[in-house]
Design a protein around this ligand. Structure first.
Ligand code: HEC
Length: 149
């Protein structure tokens, strides 16, 4: 009886660990979607599709900085091989094989965002700095994200 309880307990712990990992995968996907929403809004301003909105820009840049802070711990070994559901993208296994390379991309992204943030004060400075941010996103995706299909 005690033995059964222990086994059931261990199984339940295993289940909750998987749930936690799936939550992390989902959180990562949500972070990436928020990045796209915020950078997308800035690009729309650059293209003149939306009026320049300093509050939205400041908030968006703060979220991107937050992403840069989170990235180093977003893909622990415990979620190796796990991918977000309903996504066109998968995580490249290179994230776990080439940790130094992955961290170099994070550093590059963090640097670009941190440097751009104080410089962006109007449409002209947004135009001058937003493309470099998009490029840093793309540089990581190129190596560490896989498009399905
Ligand atoms: C250091 C690496 C890295 C950086 C920097 C990065 N991403 Fe990602 N991104 C990934 C990985 C890995 C995935 C696939 C796994 C996932 O979605 O969690 C991804 C997935 C995505 C997705 C797909 C989400 C979905 O719907 O499933 C979008 C959109 C995205 N990123 C946007 C961005 C934008 C915009 C930026 C820059 C502001 C950015 N990312 C910066 C690594 C990165």
């Amino acid at each position: 009886m005690i033995r059964t309880t222990l086994v059931v307990g261990a199984l339940l712990l295993g289940v909750s660990a998987v749930v936690a990992q799936q939550d992390l995968v989902k959180q990562n996907q949500d972070t990436m979607k928020a990045n796209a929403k915020n950078l997308g809004a800035m690009i729309a301003m650059v293209k003149g599709e939306k009026p320049y909105d300093q509050a939205a820009v400041t908030e968006g840049l703060a979220q991107l900085e937050e992403t840069a802070r989170k990235l180093p711990t977003m893909f622990p070994d415990s979620i190796k091989g796990m991918n977000p559901a309903d996504s066109k993208y998968e995580v490249s296994p290179k994230i776990w094989k080439d940790k130094a390379g992955f961290h170099a991309k994070i550093e590059e992204f963090a640097k670009v965002v941190t440097e751009a943030k104080p410089k962006i004060t109007d449409l002209d400075t947004l135009k001058a700095n937003a493309p470099a941010i998009g490029k840093a996103c793309g540089n990581c995706h190129e190596t560490f994200r896989i498009k399905k299909g």
